[in-house]
Design a protein around this ligand. Structure first.
Ligand code: AMP
Length: 249
Protein backbone atom coordinates (compact mmCIF):
# COMPACT_ATOMS: atom_id res chain seq x y z
CA UNK A 1 0.00 0.00 0.00
CA UNK A 2 1.37 3.36 -1.05
CA UNK A 3 0.96 6.57 0.92
CA UNK A 4 1.37 9.96 -0.73
CA UNK A 5 2.51 12.75 1.60
CA UNK A 6 2.48 16.28 0.13
CA UNK A 7 4.92 18.63 1.88
CA UNK A 8 5.11 22.40 1.45
CA UNK A 9 8.17 24.59 1.86
CA UNK A 10 7.15 27.54 4.04
CA UNK A 11 8.78 30.25 6.13
CA UNK A 12 10.01 28.62 9.34
CA UNK A 13 7.46 28.92 12.15
CA UNK A 14 10.00 30.76 14.35
CA UNK A 15 10.53 33.58 11.79
CA UNK A 16 8.52 36.74 12.42
CA UNK A 17 7.60 38.00 8.96
CA UNK A 18 7.12 41.69 8.14
CA UNK A 19 4.72 43.20 5.64
CA UNK A 20 6.53 44.85 2.71
CA UNK A 21 6.45 48.65 2.71
CA UNK A 22 4.22 48.70 -0.41
CA UNK A 23 1.73 46.25 1.23
CA UNK A 24 2.10 43.87 -1.71
CA UNK A 25 3.09 40.87 0.43
CA UNK A 26 5.36 39.75 3.25
CA UNK A 27 9.10 40.04 2.99
CA UNK A 28 10.57 36.54 3.02
CA UNK A 29 13.86 37.32 1.27
CA UNK A 30 16.62 35.58 3.27
CA UNK A 31 14.09 34.10 5.73
CA UNK A 32 14.74 30.58 7.00
CA UNK A 33 12.45 28.14 5.17
CA UNK A 34 11.32 24.76 6.53
CA UNK A 35 8.78 22.03 6.00
CA UNK A 36 5.27 23.10 6.98
CA UNK A 37 4.94 21.69 10.56
CA UNK A 38 1.64 19.87 9.88
CA UNK A 39 3.32 18.14 6.91
CA UNK A 40 6.10 16.88 9.19
CA UNK A 41 3.35 15.26 11.27
CA UNK A 42 1.84 13.78 8.07
CA UNK A 43 5.16 12.28 6.92
CA UNK A 44 5.82 10.93 10.43
CA UNK A 45 2.41 9.22 10.46
CA UNK A 46 2.99 7.74 7.00
CA UNK A 47 6.43 6.44 8.03
CA UNK A 48 4.97 4.94 11.24
CA UNK A 49 2.37 3.12 9.12
CA UNK A 50 5.20 1.75 7.01
CA UNK A 51 7.21 0.72 10.07
CA UNK A 52 4.10 -1.04 11.40
CA UNK A 53 3.93 -3.06 8.17
CA UNK A 54 0.67 -1.42 7.06
CA UNK A 55 2.16 0.61 4.21
CA UNK A 56 4.85 -0.47 1.78
CA UNK A 57 5.97 2.84 0.32
CA UNK A 58 5.84 6.49 1.37
CA UNK A 59 6.13 9.02 -1.44
CA UNK A 60 6.75 12.66 -0.51
CA UNK A 61 5.78 15.31 -3.03
CA UNK A 62 6.35 19.04 -3.04
CA UNK A 63 5.20 21.64 -5.56
CA UNK A 64 7.18 24.84 -5.79
CA UNK A 65 10.58 26.33 -6.50
CA UNK A 66 13.71 24.20 -6.96
CA UNK A 67 14.70 24.77 -3.30
CA UNK A 68 11.68 22.67 -2.26
CA UNK A 69 14.17 19.82 -2.79
CA UNK A 70 15.45 20.62 0.72
CA UNK A 71 11.94 20.06 2.10
CA UNK A 72 11.78 16.74 0.27
CA UNK A 73 15.16 15.82 1.73
CA UNK A 74 13.71 16.36 5.21
CA UNK A 75 10.83 14.03 4.30
CA UNK A 76 13.31 11.39 3.09
CA UNK A 77 15.33 11.83 6.29
CA UNK A 78 12.18 11.17 8.36
CA UNK A 79 11.78 7.93 6.39
CA UNK A 80 9.95 8.55 3.10
CA UNK A 81 11.12 6.17 0.36
CA UNK A 82 10.82 8.40 -2.68
CA UNK A 83 10.44 12.08 -3.48
CA UNK A 84 8.77 13.96 -6.33
CA UNK A 85 9.32 17.66 -6.99
CA UNK A 86 6.79 19.45 -9.18
CA UNK A 87 8.91 22.41 -10.06
CA UNK A 88 7.31 25.79 -10.72
CA UNK A 89 8.16 29.41 -10.02
CA UNK A 90 4.48 30.34 -10.14
CA UNK A 91 2.59 31.41 -7.00
CA UNK A 92 0.93 28.02 -6.48
CA UNK A 93 -2.50 28.48 -4.97
CA UNK A 94 -4.40 25.63 -3.24
CA UNK A 95 -6.57 24.78 -6.27
CA UNK A 96 -3.50 24.49 -8.51
CA UNK A 97 -1.73 22.30 -5.92
CA UNK A 98 -4.85 20.13 -5.55
CA UNK A 99 -4.97 19.64 -9.35
CA UNK A 100 -1.27 18.67 -9.41
CA UNK A 101 -1.82 16.21 -6.56
CA UNK A 102 -4.90 14.77 -8.32
CA UNK A 103 -2.71 14.07 -11.37
CA UNK A 104 -0.19 12.29 -9.12
CA UNK A 105 -2.95 10.32 -7.40
CA UNK A 106 -4.01 9.10 -10.87
CA UNK A 107 -0.42 8.13 -11.65
CA UNK A 108 0.65 6.59 -8.33
CA UNK A 109 -2.69 5.19 -7.08
CA UNK A 110 -1.93 5.65 -3.35
CA UNK A 111 -4.38 4.19 -0.82
CA UNK A 112 -3.91 7.14 1.53
CA UNK A 113 -2.99 10.74 0.82
CA UNK A 114 -1.99 12.39 4.08
CA UNK A 115 -1.61 16.18 4.04
CA UNK A 116 -1.19 18.84 6.68
CA UNK A 117 -4.47 20.47 7.72
CA UNK A 118 -3.08 23.82 6.63
CA UNK A 119 0.04 25.54 5.46
CA UNK A 120 1.24 28.06 8.05
CA UNK A 121 2.13 30.65 5.41
CA UNK A 122 -1.24 31.14 3.71
CA UNK A 123 -3.43 29.39 6.35
CA UNK A 124 -5.72 28.34 3.49
CA UNK A 125 -6.80 24.95 4.85
CA UNK A 126 -8.13 24.06 1.39
CA UNK A 127 -5.76 21.75 -0.49
CA UNK A 128 -6.76 18.42 1.11
CA UNK A 129 -10.46 19.15 0.75
CA UNK A 130 -10.08 20.25 -2.88
CA UNK A 131 -7.99 17.19 -3.69
CA UNK A 132 -10.64 14.88 -2.20
CA UNK A 133 -13.30 16.57 -4.32
CA UNK A 134 -11.25 16.48 -7.54
CA UNK A 135 -10.20 12.85 -7.05
CA UNK A 136 -13.67 11.85 -5.81
CA UNK A 137 -12.20 10.33 -2.64
CA UNK A 138 -13.58 10.27 0.92
CA UNK A 139 -11.86 12.74 3.21
CA UNK A 140 -11.32 13.19 6.92
CA UNK A 141 -9.78 16.44 8.09
CA UNK A 142 -7.88 17.36 11.28
CA UNK A 143 -6.97 13.80 12.29
CA UNK A 144 -5.79 13.32 15.86
CA UNK A 145 -5.60 9.51 15.49
CA UNK A 146 -5.41 7.29 12.39
CA UNK A 147 -5.70 3.49 12.26
CA UNK A 148 -5.46 1.81 8.85
CA UNK A 149 -6.61 -1.81 8.48
CA UNK A 150 -8.83 -4.02 6.32
CA UNK A 151 -9.22 -1.50 3.51
CA UNK A 152 -10.42 1.18 5.92
CA UNK A 153 -9.02 4.14 7.81
CA UNK A 154 -10.55 4.75 11.22
CA UNK A 155 -9.72 8.24 12.33
CA UNK A 156 -10.53 10.49 15.25
CA UNK A 157 -10.91 14.22 14.97
CA UNK A 158 -11.38 16.78 17.69
CA UNK A 159 -14.66 18.64 17.45
CA UNK A 160 -16.33 21.14 19.79
CA UNK A 161 -16.94 19.35 23.05
CA UNK A 162 -15.44 15.97 22.18
CA UNK A 163 -13.99 13.62 19.60
CA UNK A 164 -15.59 12.30 16.44
CA UNK A 165 -14.61 8.88 15.02
CA UNK A 166 -14.95 8.32 11.28
CA UNK A 167 -14.50 5.24 9.12
CA UNK A 168 -13.29 5.87 5.55
CA UNK A 169 -13.13 3.37 2.74
CA UNK A 170 -9.70 3.45 1.11
CA UNK A 171 -8.39 5.13 -0.97
CA UNK A 172 -8.94 8.27 1.07
CA UNK A 173 -7.59 11.71 1.89
CA UNK A 174 -6.63 12.55 5.48
CA UNK A 175 -5.35 15.83 6.89
CA UNK A 176 -3.36 16.02 10.12
CA UNK A 177 -3.95 17.99 13.29
CA UNK A 178 -1.21 18.98 15.70
CA UNK A 179 -1.92 16.23 18.22
CA UNK A 180 -1.64 13.28 15.80
CA UNK A 181 1.98 12.58 16.71
CA UNK A 182 5.30 14.15 17.58
CA UNK A 183 7.62 13.88 14.56
CA UNK A 184 11.01 12.33 15.17
CA UNK A 185 14.14 14.43 15.24
CA UNK A 186 15.77 14.60 11.81
CA UNK A 187 19.44 13.66 12.12
CA UNK A 188 22.25 15.04 9.98
CA UNK A 189 23.40 11.55 8.81
CA UNK A 190 19.85 10.89 7.57
CA UNK A 191 19.82 14.24 5.74
CA UNK A 192 23.16 13.30 4.15
CA UNK A 193 21.75 9.92 3.10
CA UNK A 194 18.70 11.69 1.65
CA UNK A 195 21.03 13.74 -0.57
CA UNK A 196 21.88 10.54 -2.38
CA UNK A 197 18.24 10.12 -3.42
CA UNK A 198 17.50 13.06 -5.75
CA UNK A 199 13.79 13.64 -6.36
CA UNK A 200 12.08 12.86 -9.61
CA UNK A 201 11.43 16.30 -11.08
CA UNK A 202 8.31 17.10 -13.07
CA UNK A 203 6.81 20.33 -14.40
CA UNK A 204 3.08 21.15 -14.09
CA UNK A 205 2.86 20.75 -17.90
CA UNK A 206 4.06 17.14 -17.57
CA UNK A 207 0.95 16.52 -15.48
CA UNK A 208 -1.26 18.54 -17.84
CA UNK A 209 -2.12 21.12 -15.17
CA UNK A 210 -2.52 24.86 -15.70
CA UNK A 211 -1.29 26.50 -12.47
CA UNK A 212 -2.08 30.11 -13.39
CA UNK A 213 -3.22 31.89 -10.19
CA UNK A 214 -6.98 32.46 -9.92
CA UNK A 215 -6.93 34.71 -6.87
CA UNK A 216 -5.36 38.14 -6.66
CA UNK A 217 -4.28 39.46 -3.28
CA UNK A 218 -5.22 43.11 -3.06
CA UNK A 219 -3.11 44.04 -0.06
CA UNK A 220 -1.40 42.84 3.09
CA UNK A 221 -1.54 44.83 6.34
CA UNK A 222 0.05 44.48 9.77
CA UNK A 223 -2.42 43.76 12.60
CA UNK A 224 -3.25 46.93 14.58
CA UNK A 225 -0.69 47.67 17.28
CA UNK A 226 -1.75 47.05 20.88
CA UNK A 227 -2.09 50.27 22.82
CA UNK A 228 0.27 50.71 25.76
CA UNK A 229 -0.86 49.48 29.20
CA UNK A 230 -1.14 51.59 32.34
CA UNK A 231 0.09 50.92 35.88
CA UNK A 232 -2.30 51.13 38.79
CA UNK A 233 -1.13 51.91 42.33
CA UNK A 234 -3.05 49.18 44.19
CA UNK A 235 -5.47 46.26 43.96
CA UNK A 236 -8.47 48.42 44.86
CA UNK A 237 -7.88 50.68 41.82
CA UNK A 238 -7.27 47.61 39.66
CA UNK A 239 -10.64 46.12 40.66
CA UNK A 240 -12.36 49.47 39.98
CA UNK A 241 -10.72 49.66 36.55
CA UNK A 242 -11.68 46.10 35.73
CA UNK A 243 -15.29 46.96 36.58
CA UNK A 244 -15.41 50.15 34.54
CA UNK A 245 -12.87 49.83 31.71
CA UNK A 246 -12.80 46.18 30.68
CA UNK A 247 -15.28 45.16 28.02
CA UNK A 248 -16.35 41.52 28.01
CA UNK A 249 -16.47 40.37 24.40
P1 AMP B 1 -3.24 24.81 2.46
O1 AMP B 1 -4.52 24.39 1.83
O2 AMP B 1 -2.43 25.75 1.59
O3 AMP B 1 -3.43 25.38 3.86
O4 AMP B 1 -2.31 23.50 2.61
C1 AMP B 1 -2.78 22.30 3.21
C2 AMP B 1 -1.82 21.17 2.95
O5 AMP B 1 -1.71 20.93 1.54
C3 AMP B 1 -0.37 21.42 3.39
O6 AMP B 1 -0.22 21.15 4.77
C4 AMP B 1 0.39 20.42 2.50
O7 AMP B 1 0.27 19.10 3.00
C5 AMP B 1 -0.40 20.52 1.19
N1 AMP B 1 0.22 21.53 0.29
C6 AMP B 1 -0.15 22.82 0.12
N2 AMP B 1 0.66 23.43 -0.78
C7 AMP B 1 1.56 22.51 -1.16
C8 AMP B 1 2.67 22.51 -2.07
N3 AMP B 1 3.02 23.61 -2.76
N4 AMP B 1 3.37 21.36 -2.23
C9 AMP B 1 3.02 20.23 -1.56
N5 AMP B 1 2.01 20.18 -0.69
C10 AMP B 1 1.28 21.29 -0.49
Amino acid sequence: MKILAPVKRVVDYKVKVRVKSDNSGVDIANAKMSMNPFDGIAVEEAVRLKEAGVATEVIAVSAGVAQAQETLRTALAIGADRAILIESNEDLQPLAVAKLLKALVDREQPQVVILGKQAIDDDSNQTGQMLAALANLPQATFASKVVVADGKAIMSREVDGGAETLSLKLPAVVTTDLRLNEPRYVTLPNIMKAKKKPPETLKPEDLGVDVTPRLKTLKFAEPPRRSAGTKVPDVKTLVEKLKTDVKVL
